[in-house]
Each structure stands twice: as C-alpha cells, then as structure tokens.
Design a protein around this ligand. Structure first.
Ligand SMILES: [Ca+2]
Ligand SMILES: [Ca+2]
Ligand SMILES: [Ca+2]
Ligand SMILES: [Ca+2]
Length: 257
C-alpha cells in the first residue's frame, strides 16, 4: 500500500513537473511565435503587392489588397483587387481614388506633392497611436469620434473610414460615398506581379516615401495617429506630429434607439 502511495505520489510529482515543463516550453514558444507572428502579420497585412487581406472580424467587404477600396469596388472600377497600386505609380488605388489629383488607373497621373517640413530618420520614429484596423485613423481618434477602431469600413460600403473622411463622405452611412466617377480600366499595363514595394502598406510606395521624407516602415511616420497617406491627402504634414488633418467627423448614428 505504502509502495503504491509512493508510486502514486511519484507519478503525480512527475505529472506536475511535466506540466510545469509544458507551460514553460509553451510560454517560450509562445514568445517566439508572437515575435514571428508579429513580423509575419506586419508583412502580410501591409505588403500591398502580396495580396495580404486585412483580417476583419466585422464582416466588412473584403479588401484583398488592403488599399482601402473593397475588392468588389475595384472590380467594378476595372482596378486590380489583388494589386494595391493598379497603375504602379507608387500611390495606392485608395489614395489616388480619394483625391489630391491622382488617378488610380493612369500611371502618368500622380497626386499633388507632399507637404512636409523635414525628412524623418528612422530614429525619429515614435510609438504612435495604434491603428488596429489599418484604416489610417488611430484607435484613440476613432474611439473619441464614435467610430469603431476594429472595423476599417463601419458602414460596409467598400470605402474605408479614413478615405471617407478625407472625401467628406459619411463613414456611418453606406448611401453616402466618396464622389468620383469610376476611373477607366487601366490599359496595357502588366500589373501582376509585382507592384512598387510598399513595406508598411500605407498606400505610399517605398520610393515615394524616400523621396518625400517619410518612413518606409511606419504607416504613421510622425506618430500623431494619422497615417502618412491620410495626412498627405488632407494637406497635413506627415513629418510633423503637430500638424494633423482637419477632418470633419459626422455624428455617429444613435445606437440606443
Ligand atoms: Ca483605425
Ligand atoms: Ca465606408
Ligand atoms: Ca509605404
Ligand atoms: Ca501621421
């Protein structure tokens, strides 16, 4: 009996030690995986020519190339739903669609020049307000304005919230959309693959960012909570955190009724 109890205790002790070992190994592996996953997700979710889709749990329309226009819209415009920059001029379709003189279907027409005060160095980068849904608007801004920081397209009309605000359309109202005639389909362009590299997936290619003094690996170079593309489109300075877009956010719908 004593021998059995000893044996049982020994077994329990062994099980306990094994469990501790498993927890430790899992934790270490978890840290390693998180590290890896972070990089993987960063690359996958932001490399515009990889076709990496935004993981959107809210059921918003699919935006396979994460350029701010849904795949359905891009199809209807004759743009490439798997190529964030269909005309390969260094500015994503979403950026060019929303404004500043660009044309997403014509590589010879690019948006107007940047407004910036200086060229940022990587060491200038500060930790910015996170933009969990990658719509160009920081979580704090979205929360403060009754928007959903985990849904890039609140009204599910295919245009992401950041671009709707830039275009003065109502991100809460699917019947109110950015006004623009559908661009003609690009013609004679060998678009796939690859497009210009956009390492951070902010809609501005690495070359465009290098030429304009923003950071290639930060969607929000100056850390003010607005992506470089949103600042560029609104005439704010993406290299100056004191310069932010003047965005008019409509009242959110009253959800208590
Ligand atoms: Ca956001
Ligand atoms: Ca929308
Ligand atoms: Ca970029
Ligand atoms: Ca910014």
């Amino acid at each position: 009996m004593r021998k059995f109890r000893q044996s049982s205790f020994s077994l329990r002790k062994q099980s306990f030690l094994r469990a501790v070992e498993l927890v430790l190994v899992s934790t270490l592996l978890g840290w390693g995986c998180n590290d890896f996953m972070t990089k993987d997700v960063f690359i996958g979710a932001t490399a515009v020519d990889s076709g990496g889709a935004i993981d959107d749990p809210t059921g918003s329309p699919e935006d396979s190339d994460a350029d701010g226009l849904s795949s359905e819209l891009e199809d209807s415009f004759g743009l490439e739903p798997l190529q964030a920059d269909s005309d390969q001029d260094g500015y994503s379709d979403g950026v060019e669609f929303v404004g500043n003189g660009g044309d997403p279907a014509d590589g010879s027409v690019i948006p107007n020049p940047f407004n910036r005060t200086r060229i940022l160095e990587t060491e200038d980068a500060v930790q910015s307000d996170p933009d969990s849904d990658l719509d160009g608007l920081g979580d704090a801004f979205e929360t403060a304005n009754g928007m959903d920081s985990s849904d890039p397209d609140i009204d599910d009309d295919g245009y992401n919230d950041g671009f709707e605000l830039v275009a003065n359309s109502n991100p809460f109202d699917s019947s109110d959309r950015p006004e623009r005639d559908a661009p003609p389909a690009p013609d004679g362009i060998d678009r796939l693959p690859p497009g210009p590299r956009d390492a951070d997936g902010d809609g501005l290619s690495d070359d465009v960012e290098t030429a304009n003094g923003t950071l290639l690996t930060r969607r929000d170079s100056d850390g003010d909570g607005f992506s470089d593309a949103i600042e560029f489109l609104t005439g704010a300075d993406p290299t100056d955190f004191l310069s932010i877009p003047n965005l008019n956010v409509p009242e959110p719908p009253n959800t208590t009724n």
